[in-house]
Structure formats: structure tokens, C-alpha cells
Ligand binder design. Structure first.
Ligand code: NAD
Ligand code: ZN
Length: 278
């Protein structure tokens, strides 16, 4: 269950709706004109589709397919819903609606996978794991020997840690207000974990003290505007890179001093870890 699911329930879901955007399954049947998957194929679902034709799909550095906007309507691209309950329509969610035994997706919203892949594990590749791992590898481009900090140690934060480790980071500091998350974070590759509530100083000052000059790669994996500001301020003043992975509520503004940018720090976003899903 990805944290985004909870955010959407708090925020703006249309009801009745079939939620769920992290899944894997077997193609049961295909519509007219579908050529890249066939009945019996194993696939993972893609909340971020890949149409292959838009400016983002055609740009090798970009994965934000224009067809993502379809997920905002909670309907298929022809304007219909393919679910009903007692004769009344039920909405789709995130182009996928995976909390269901059967679902209808566009061809561009599934990726064919190896026939021997275990579905109950690879489903995580359809959001949480790829999002975190890719944020480190593709978006931040973590370098060998570097110092990283990961704010938020849920499934996505743990995957960021795995990405930092795979990229050869020397020091990976996990940050969470729930210390029960620390054991798993260390199993995933965190070299140390800290709880902001254990300090009198703001967490950004703690991280700058711990590292001497700030962390080189910092990830906000909570979706809290105050923690985005703290993560950004934790970065090295010139070559520090901060990636926002957490989902901020629609309309939320960030309160960050413009002066922090002068010395060269970078703040950037990342969706689905920068991967092109198909
Ligand atoms: P999660 O709820 O499992 O984990 C969040 C963690 O943050 C928890 O461990 C919690 O204790 C910690 N936390 C909460 N407030 C904190 C604070 N003030 N300081 C420190 N730690 C705090 O969520 P998840 O499934 O790991 O998802 C994390 C975020 O990533 C969510 O915001 C989700 O919407 C977002 N997300 C983004 C993308 C994307 O493509 N950008 C994809 C998937 C998920
Ligand atoms: Zn596209």
C-alpha cells in the first residue's frame, strides 16, 4: 500500500472509486488494436503511462507522459468507466485501479514482464520500489563515496536507501520520527538513523553538524512542506542536491529562503523514479 493512496483519500478522491495503483497481473483479454501484450502475458501496472508519442516520451531524459492527465479524470480515455456496481458507474484510479481482481487498463498503462516473475513481489516495481530506487539513481545521480540523507523511511524511503547504496554512497543517514523504522532502514543500507525529536536543534543543523558541510544528496520521502525545507537546508551549500519524492498536497506552497539557492544548491522533483515504465 503506497503512501500516495492515503494522501488521495484525504485529498480529493471521487466516489465511488476503486483505488490501488501498485499491482501486477495476467492479461485476461485485449481490445481491438492492442499489439504489445496478449492474453496470458504477465504485466505490471503503470500509474504513469508511456504513450511513446508525446514530447516527454520522445525525450530520453523525461518520463512524465502527457497521458498521465487521464488519471485525473478517473475515467478511461474514451470518457467511460469500465466498472459498475448494481448498474451504477464506479470510478477508476490512477489509470490502474488495482484493488480489484479484474481491472481494465490502456495498453500504454501496462508493461510486460518475465513469465517466471513472482507477481506478489514484482508488484512493488510498479510504484514504491522503482520510485525510490530511481530517485537516487536517475534523478539525484548519487555518486560513489558520497553522503546521503533520506527523510521518511516508509517503503519508498527504504527503496531510496537501496538506490543510494547501489550507487556506492559511503554514508546514508535515515531520518524518521518513528524509531521502529530504523531496523529495516539499516537492513536496506542506512549507515545510521536519527529521530528529529531526539534533538533540541532543527534537524538541518544536526545534519550539517554530523557531516561537516551538509549532505551531498538529500531526499524528502514524506510529503511534508516543512520537511522539504529542512531537507533542502541540510544539503551542502554549493553541490548539494535535494530531491522531493514525497507527494505534497495540491496547492501547498514551500517556504524556502531564496538565498539558499545563491551558492548553487539544487532542488528538484522526481516521479516514478525517472523511469519510463514500459
Ligand atoms: P509511508 O507513509 O509508508 O512513509 C512515510 C514515513 O515518513 C513514515 O515512516 C513516517 O513515520 C515518516 N514521517 C512522517 N512525518 C515525518 C516527519 N515530520 N519527519 C520525519 N519522518 C516523518 O509512505 P511511502 O509509501 O513510503 O511514501 C512516501 C511518500 O512518497 C508519500 O508522500 C507518497 O505519496 C510519495 N510517493 C511519491 C511518488 C512519486 O512518484 N514521486 C511515488 C510513490 C509515492
Ligand atoms: Zn507519452
Amino acid at each position: 500500500l503506497c503512501g500516495t493512496e492515503m494522501k488521495v483519500l484525504e485529498d480529493k478522491a471521487l466516489y465511488p472509486i476503486i483505488m490501488g495503483h501498485e499491482g501486477a497481473g495476467i492479461v485476461e483479454s485485449v481490445g481491438e488494436g492492442v499489439s504489445t501484450v496478449k492474453p496470458g502475458d504477465k504485466v505490471i501496472t503503470l500509474f504513469l503511462p508511456q504513450c511513446g508519442e508525446c514530447a516527454s516520451c520522445l525525450n530520453s531524459e523525461d518520463n512524465f507522459c502527457i497521458q498521465f492527465k487521464q488519471s485525473q479524470t478517473s475515467l478511461m480515455s474514451d470518457g467511460t468507466s469500465r466498472f459498475t456496481c448494481k448498474g451504477k458507474p464506479v470510478y477508476h484510479f490512477a489509470n490502474t485501479s488495482t484493488f480489484s481482481e479484474y481491472t481494465v487498463l490502456s495498453e500504454i498503462s501496462v508493461a510486460k514482464i518475465d513469465a517466471v516473475a513472482p507477481l506478489e513481489k514484482v508488484c512493488l516495481i510498479s510504484c514504491g520500489f522503482s520510485t525510490g530506487y530511481g530517485a537516487a539513481i536517475n534523478t539525484a545521480k548519487v555518486t560513489p563515496g558520497s553522503t546521503c540523507a533520506v527523510f521518511g523511511l516508509g517503503g519508498v524511503g527504504l527503496s531510496v536507501i537501496m538506490g543510494c547504496k547501489a550507487a556506492g554512497a559511503a554514508r546514508i543517514i535515515g531520518v524518521d520520527i518513528n524509531k521502529d523504522k530504523f531496523e529495516k532502514a539499516k537492513e536496506a543500507g542506512a549507515t545510521e538513523c536519527i529521530n528529529p525529536r531526539d534533538f533540541k536543534k532543527p534537524i538541518q543543523e544536526v545534519l550539517v553538524d554530523m557531516t561537516g558541510a551538509g549532505v551531498e544528496f538529500c531526499f524528502e520521502v514524506i510529503g511534508n512542506p516543512e520537511m522539504v525545507a529542512a531537507a533542502f537546508a541540510s544539503c551542502h551549500e554549493s553541490h548539494g542536491v535535494c530531491v522531493i519524492v514525497g507527494l505534497l498536497k495540491f496547492g501547498v506552497q514551500l517556504n524556502i529562503s531564496g538565498w539558499l539557492f545563491f551558492s548553487g544548491r539544487t532542488l528538484k522533483g522526481s516521479v516514478y523514479g525517472g523511469w519510463k515504465g514500459r
